[in-house]
Write a protein that binds this ligand. Sequence first.
Ligand SMILES: *Cc1c(COP(=O)(O)O)cnc(C)c1O
Length: 434
Amino acid sequence: MKFISTRDKNRVVTFKEAVFQGLSPEGGLFVPDSTPDLSKLYAGMTADTPFNESAIQLTAAVMKDEMDRETAARIINRAYYFKPEIVDAGNDIFIEELFHGPSSAFKDFGACFLAASMEEFLQSDNRKAIILTATSGDTGSAVAQAFFDKKNIDVVILYPSGRVSPLQEKQLTTLGKNVRALEVKGSFDDCQRMVKQIFTSPDMKYLPLTSANSINLGRLFPQSFYYMYAYNQLKAKYKNIVFCVPSGNFGNLTAGVLDWCWGMPVKEFIAATNLNNEVPLYLESGKYEPHPSFKTYSNAMDVGDPSNFERLRYIFNDDYKKMGQMIKGAWVSNEDTLKAIKDFYAEKKMFIDPHTAVGYVASCRYREKYQPKDTAIVSLSTAHPGKFLEVVEEATGKHPALPPNLEKLLKLEKHSVVVDNTAEALKEYLKKTF
Ligand SMILES: *Cc1c(COP(=O)(O)O)cnc(C)c1O
């Protein structure tokens, strides 16, 4: 398989090239250039197939022109010491917890695979890379943890001083070694602008700079693994599987759609959003109206113009009716999000975070509306409840514990370099450091 740009099908790249380029030069996103039929591979796995083994098989099949099984196994086994956990929530709804990785959010599945792939490719080519990225909090911590201590890779992360949560700041600034945190005297937008300017600066071309942002194919592809894993766990017990995906930039959902394209039996997807409901509205009317994002309790999903929507449109030939046959939209208000966290705790003595709650509400509504027979609804859980303490506390009156790996961080000392919010300041830092 090769990969092509959503905006230019003559722009053909390998997986390796897509990983280091991130975005296609004309601004498109990389998508598979063909649709292999892997239905036999999916059918051959069972509930006993370990997560890593299933991921190795899928990677070796999809990337067979580029990597053998041993290479795929090296990458996967370096990326994942963690796996999804599936919790039966009753009424044929299953919560698939994706937060058992280093930053306690589902983005670890993408970031860890990307980091392990880059390390593999750089070592075999004997070259180095510098990851330069701006963060408003969550993405940066997944990237920092994933790339920590990887060979031939340096990481520079810019974050807005005083505008990320104390825990997020610890996640960025306590790692050390190859991970450097720059505390920018400015906003997240300043950080993003500075990074962009460096990438387009002719006098910085001498540095092997690369990005690791969420549109990178190396982060998208591995998110297909946990859909396959849930399918493997549930297929013996249920005839149909529906996936419900709390969505912001729609990378998560797009990865599930890839599994379906490659022959994994999925009945339907539910695209669950908060008040930023431009995609659910599009699925109803065919009209896409992006907007500045609204602030909600599920802030990692506060996106008014999702970047991966372009990939979804490409996959469904820009036909909203075709997309609507496979993807049902649902959006959930702040009040209903809070109520779901509260009710879930009251019934099951278990905390869920606000993003997971949006998905859970959408799953329950779907079940009530369609009463599907012999159908498991897998509701993806994207973050550990301890990462969104304030909202969970407001809903339940209780204080969820942080996961132990994050609790440890709070005691470590912060190391950051403060810089002005100009591209010049960043240039000077990079020239001095590398
Ligand atoms: C990023 C994120 C999402 C949204 O995922 P997309 O792939 O952008 O749709 C949902 N929940 C959490 C906790 C996230 O960090």
